[in-house]
Ligand binder design. Structure first.
Ligand SMILES: O=C(O)c1ccccc1NCC(=O)[C@H](O)[C@H](O)COP(=O)(O)O
Length: 212
């Protein structure tokens, strides 16, 4: 199903696979049916350069959203890296003020705001298009009490933080998110993705959504 006027495609649950660094893993995520793919352009074991992100993004079909992930960089830096990488969305983690989102509006990209459960959980509160409710330490793989957000955000929000193929169905049932986002849970070591785990995660998320 497509959401009219947004370029966003959703199945029963929207699935984003984050922190991809290798063409083979990008292909695995696309073939598995991921809706969005994230490239980390900030401090992280998964960090890649905007040039690398551009090469990876070039192989992604138009129906899959490509997302550049930032945490704390100034809007000018985000803007330059987003343009250089050719992605269709930017994701800002942490204490980015509302003005940072406003400053990026004219890029015409999908804006994603990511914060921990204590942040403002109203979808669109910072004029973002999508909200991610994450663990306190993004990309840490640490699970948290997903049931604490059940029914709180209304709209297009993704659950993240410590999800993996074995727990994503339960997490969906507990939190009832619009989508899910994963990084560590589809890795065999920090920053090293596994195509089999990516496939398992997408299948488990979709199966879990049917049961939720
Ligand atoms: O992935 C990172 O290393 C990272 C570093 C700094 C800011 C954001 C980062 N990742 C953002 C994501 O979208 C992750 O998918 C999300 O935080 C969930 O991570 P995980 O618990 O590892 O699945």
């Amino acid at each position: 199903m497509w959401i009219h006027g947004t370029g966003l495609r959703v199945h029963s649950v929207y699935v984003k696979i984050c922190g991809l660094r290798e063409p083979g893993h990008v292909a695995a995520a696309v073939e598995a049916g991921a809706d969005a793919i994230g490239f980390v352009l900030t401090r992280s074991p998964r960090r890649i350069t905007p040039e690398q992100a551009r090469e990876l993004a070039a192989a992604v079909p138009a129906h899959v959203l490509t997302v550049a992930v930032f945490a704390g960089e100034a809007p000018e830096e985000v803007r330059a890296a987003a343009l250089e990488s050719g992605v269709r969305a930017v994701q800002l983690h942490g204490a980015h003020p509302h003005g940072d989102f406003t400053a990026l509006k004219d890029l015409g990209l999908t804006l994603v705001r990511a914060g921990a459960a204590g942040a403002d959980l109203r979808c669109g509160a910072f004029d973002e298009d999508l909200l991610i409710v994450d663990a306190p330490r993004p990309g840490s793989g640490e699970p948290w009490d997903w049931s604490a957000v059940r029914g709180r955000p209304e709209g297009r929000w993704m659950l993240a933080g410590g999800l993996d193929p074995s727990n994503v169905a339960r997490a969906i049932a507990e939190a009832r998110p619009w989508g899910v986002d994963v990084s560590s849970g589809v890795e065999v070591a920090p920053g090293v993705k596994d195509s089999g785990l990516i496939r398992e995660f997408v299948a488990a998320a979709r199966g879990g959504a049917k049961q939720a």
